[in-house]
Ligand binder design. Sequence first.
Ligand code: ADP
Length: 193
Amino acid sequence: MFNLILFGPPGSGKGTQSERLIEKYGLIHLSTGNLLREEIQNQTTLGLAAKRYMDQGQLVPDEVVIGMIRSALDSNPKAKGFLFDGFPRTVAQADALDTLLKEKNTEIAAVLALTVSEKELIERLLNRGKTSGRTDDTNESIIQARIAEYENKTAAVARYYETFGKVIRVHGEGSIDDIFDLLCKEIDLKKVA
Ligand code: ADP
């Protein structure tokens, strides 16, 4: 299996690039944001509990998202590999993911970290809010809260994977095509390695 993490702050382009990467490399897309929004749409108990955190720009508790990822991994036993998007977002989630993958005799090949300036992130998210229907994208103070969660809890995930030499930083500003090409170049180097 070939597993990747697409990492970066909210608005860094993970969702956009994920769509293209899964297509090109035949990976299964696991976006905890999308999975949580599906739960909300279906008005499940999990979704209703998660919504309270999401609407405030806070992270959903670790055990909730870890459980979702565990069942997604179990329900795709024939996958060639997974692309994790928006997960792991805490060091506890990263630890849990390593354990889950080890049980399946596999691991993370690389963490592709998109770098984008804070000013650009806020602009992109407010813009997305005009059309996405996502309530967490329409209010600047909620966007600030999400960026703060990223800095306080999620940035440490990159440092965690750095100790294993797995992080590759990719400049996330420019055209979608150019960023995609940069990502593919890095992935192809990993695939032959
Ligand atoms: P973005 O990257 O634009 O913030 P996501 O769709 O990845 O968007 O996430 C939206 C919200 O869902 C987050 O602000 C958070 O509340 C929740 N969420 C998503 N993934 C996780 C996760 N791995 N751990 C905790 N909360 C999460």
